[in-house]
Design a binder for this molecule. Structure first.
Ligand code: 97T
Length: 240
C-alpha cells in the first residue's frame, strides 16, 4: 500500500515512521509520502487560506493550492482520497478494514475552517473521496486524525502485526468490545486473576471471555449490541 499525506505541518506526521508503522515501511509493506502543501503556493507569504464567502469566523483553505498539490501528488495512479473533517462520516473498524484493501490512500489534512468544498467535489468526479471523522469532537487540524486512521489501517495489512490473530480478535472484530485481559502475577495488590483463566478449560475460558465482552459492551456501548445481527448472538449471549 502507498500512503500520501498533504499537510501544512509535515512534522506532525513524523510518528508514522516510528515503531510498528516504521517497521512496516522499512519492510516495504507500506510506502509513505508526506508533502508540504505550501510547496504549491506561489506568493511570498505562501498563503494557503482566505476569508470565507458569506462571512463568518476563521479562514478557508484555498482550492487552487489544494488542486495543484493533489494533482501533483496523485499523478495518474488510482487512489482513494480521504479528507478528515468533524463533519465527516464516522471512521470505524469497518472503514479501516475496507481501506486496508486499497492500493493507495491520499490524505488531505485541512486546517482552519476546512478546505473549500470544491476540492472534494472536483476530485469526487474522478475517484473515491471519503470525508471522515474520528469522533464527535473538534481538533485544530486533520493531522492527528490521519495518524489515527493510518495506524488503524496499516496494522491490518498482512505481515505488519507479528501475530495476525490479534487483528482478527480486535475489539469490534465480532461487533463487541474486548473484555478484560490479565497477565502475571496471579495476585497483585490484593487483586487476583479470575480462576477460570488459569483452569486450562478452553471452552470455559472462551465462554467467560465472551460473557465479559458482552457485559462490557452492554454497559459501555449498547449501540453496538443493538447493531448486531440476530445470528451473531446465541441463547447464552441473550442473557445480556
Ligand atoms: O476537528 C477536525 C479538524 C480538521 C480535520 C479533522 C477534524 C476532525 C475531528 C474529528 N475527526 O476529524
Amino acid at each position: 500500500m502507498r500512503i500520501d499525506v498533504v499537510t501544512i505541518f509535515p512534522g506532525y506526521l513524523a510518528p508514522l515512521r516510528e515503531a510498528l508503522l516504521g517497521r512496516a515501511i522499512e519492510a516495504g509493506l507500506v510506502e509513505l509520502g508526506v508533502h508540504d502543501l505550501r510547496d504549491w503556493t506561489h506568493d511570498v507569504h505562501q498563503a494557503v487560506d482566505d476569508s470565507p464567502y458569506g462571512g463568518g469566523p476563521g479562514m478557508v483553505m484555498r482550492p487552487q493550492v489544494w488542486g495543484e498539490a493533489l494533482d501533483a501528488v496523485l499523478g495518474d495512479a488510482p487512489a482513494r482520497l480521504v479528507v478528515p473533517t468533524p463533519a465527516g462520516r464516522p471512521f470505524t473498524q469497518a472503514t479501516a478494514q475496507a481501506w486496508a484493501g486499497e492500493e493507495r490512500l491520499v490524505f488531505a489534512c485541512g486546517r482552519y475552517e476546512g478546505i473549500d468544498q470544491r476540492v472534494v467535489d472536483a476530485y469526487a468526479q474522478r475517484m473515491p473521496v471519503d470525508e471522515v471523522s474520528i469522533g464527535d469532537y473538534v481538533l485544530v487540524g486533520g493531522e492527528v486524525a490521519v495518524l489515527v486512521m493510518v495506524e488503524a489501517v496499516v496494522r491490518l495489512l498482512p505481515g505488519v502485526l507479528g501475530n495476525p490473530v490479534s487483528a482478527q480478535e480486535d475489539s469490534f472484530s465480532d461487533g463487541l468490545l474486548e473484555g478484560p485481559a490479565y497477565t502475571r502475577p496471579v495476585s497483585w495488590r490484593g487483586l487476583d486473576v479470575p480462576d477460570v483463566l488459569r483452569s486450562g478449560n478452553h471452552a470455559a475460558i472462551a465462554r467467560w471471555r465472551r460473557d465479559r465482552a458482552l457485559e462490557r459492551t452492554a454497559a459501555r456501548r449498547p449501540d453496538l449490541l443493538d447493531a448486531l445481527p440476530d445470528h451473531a448472538l446465541d441463547r447464552t449471549d441473550r442473557a445480556f
